[in-house]
Design a protein around this ligand. Structure first.
Ligand SMILES: [Fe+2]
Length: 438
């Protein structure tokens, strides 16, 4: 990716971030054939070519058209508008070739870089102030990288050849199975006032008073989840909600997605790696209903998103919330299992720094964690910059997930970040931890 004009000092870090984000997108798709890029591998996912066009047009919309004028469109016109062309129809659209798609991404990027030369980010403009709109576009590309990885895990034909680059560290901290830590109850600050990076749904900061609760010190692991299965967990109706039982009947599910039995052992396939499940890694690819049933089986429940955030961020000594479990320093692949290139979950205890003040391991990275909370705006919510980002999804249809996964880029996750999805979804890199009242 090159720009003809040299970057000014103010835009240099921004240009470097945009360039890095694009390089990652292109690295992820490099092992794919043209047919792989064009195919709709699963009804839930877009063809990868759709993601690529959508990434480029979203960037064009926000970093050229909307950057210094009125916000004319919240979404781009045409085939890459997600609302006009929902996933179920994206397999039937006519796509450009791989070369054309990559060339288009490059052309738009060149125009964006030229535009950024002239833009004043110090101006008191809500989109440009603190570089918000650039970070929004960056996070959008990061998020579509994770979406593409969901697609690649579901890829038809030969498994995706994952370009692994990060080694998973050795386990240096021990977390006993089922161990919980206690939150004494009381006031905590939830959300953020940040306008440079955070989304509208993370704002405003607000104080809530929590009742005393305990929460698992680590995410539920494969070995624990296998014990639930072996105890008849999927067959015993008493552990499942009505909606969960309906999901069981409809899907016939008997284990997490991608798990299968071989010679009496549970195996799973993650991209091009296939083998016995590691009992010490967080369980992944479970839906909300499976998490909820496991929690009931264990005599526990899922945490609310407030409890989750307090357990990840609240520092009882200083009386303030941390941006990350370890403090305010940014997420890196050394601190947590994030940034895609491990292509797997990691054994619990591998990232010694990834522990919150309360003593919870792995709140950031590895697996998104289901909470019991529906997705709603916080008190005083103000849609920005467009209602289709969050507000259009508020309601009881979606459950909130927290913390990011191994497939989440570090710039797209923080303690206050709220993801949401349907309770039946498990193509996402989703796990959970449990809580209970004290
Ligand atoms: Fe998007």
């Amino acid at each position: 990716m090159t720009s003809s004009a040299p970057a000014s000092p103010a835009t240099e870090p921004i240009v470097a971030l945009l360039t890095e984000a694009r390089q990652r997108t292109l690295d992820l798709i490099a092992p794919l054939s043209d047919e792989d890029l064009r195919a709709q591998h699963d009804a839930l996912m877009s063809p990868v070519l759709w993601d690529l066009g959508h990434i480029a047009h979203f960037e064009e919309l926000w970093l050229t058209q909307n950057l210094d004028g009125d916000i004319r469109f919240a979404e781009m016109p045409g085939m890459y508008n997600p609302f006009e062309h929902p996933r179920r129809v994206r397999g039937a659209l006519v796509y450009p070739s791989r070369e054309e798609a990559i060339a288009l991404m490059g052309e738009i990027r060149a125009r964006v870089l030229a535009k950024l030369e002239t833009v004043d980010f110090s101006a008191n403009h809500p989109l440009r102030r603190d570089g918000y709109v650039v970070r929004m576009v960056l996070q959008h590309e990061y998020q579509h990288g994770e979406t593409i990885l969901q697609t690649l895990q579901l890829k038809r034909g030969e498994p995706y050849r994952a370009p692994r680059r990060y080694a998973i560290p050795a386990v240096t901290r021990d977390f006993a199975l089922g161990a919980m830590v206690s939150f004494p109850g009381g006031p905590v600050d939830i959300g953020t006032a940040d306008r440079g990076e955070a989304y509208d749904n993370e704002r405003p900061t607000h104080r809530v008073s929590l009742r005393p609760f305990s929460i698992d010190a680590a995410p539920v692991r494969n070995g624990e989840f296998a014990a639930f299965i072996d105890d008849g967990g999927y067959r015993r109706a008493e552990f499942w909600s009505d909606a969960g039982r309906a999901w069981l009947v409809e899907t016939g599910a008997q284990a997490p997605k991608h798990w299968y039995r071989q010679s009496g052992e549970w195996h799973s396939r993650i991209m091009d790696r296939d083998g016995a499940v590691d009992p010490n890694r967080p369980v992944c690819h479970v839906c909300y209903h499976e998490a909820d049933a496991y929690a009931r089986w264990a005599g526990k429940r899922l945490p609310t998103e407030y409890e989750w955030e307090a357990a990840a961020s609240w520092d009882g000594v200083t009386g303030r919330s941390r941006r990350f479990p370890w403090g305010d320093a940014p997420a890196t692949p050394a601190r947590a299992n994030v940034d895609q290139l491990t292509f797997d979950t990691a054994p619990v205890g591998a990232y010694a720094e990834n522990v919150s003040p309360l003593g919870c391991y792995g709140m950031i990275g590895d697996v998104w964690e289901w909470t019991s909370s529906d997705f709603h705006g916080y008190p005083g919510f103000d849609a920005f910059p467009y209602p289709e980002y969050s507000e259009a999804f508020f309601g009881s249809e979606y459950k909130v997930l927290r913390g990011g996964s191994w497939a989440t880029r570090p710039g797209a996750i923080r303690n206050t970040f709220r993801n949401w999805d349907y309770p039946v979804r498990r193509q996402i890199f989703s796990g959970f931890r449990c809580a209970r009242d004290d």
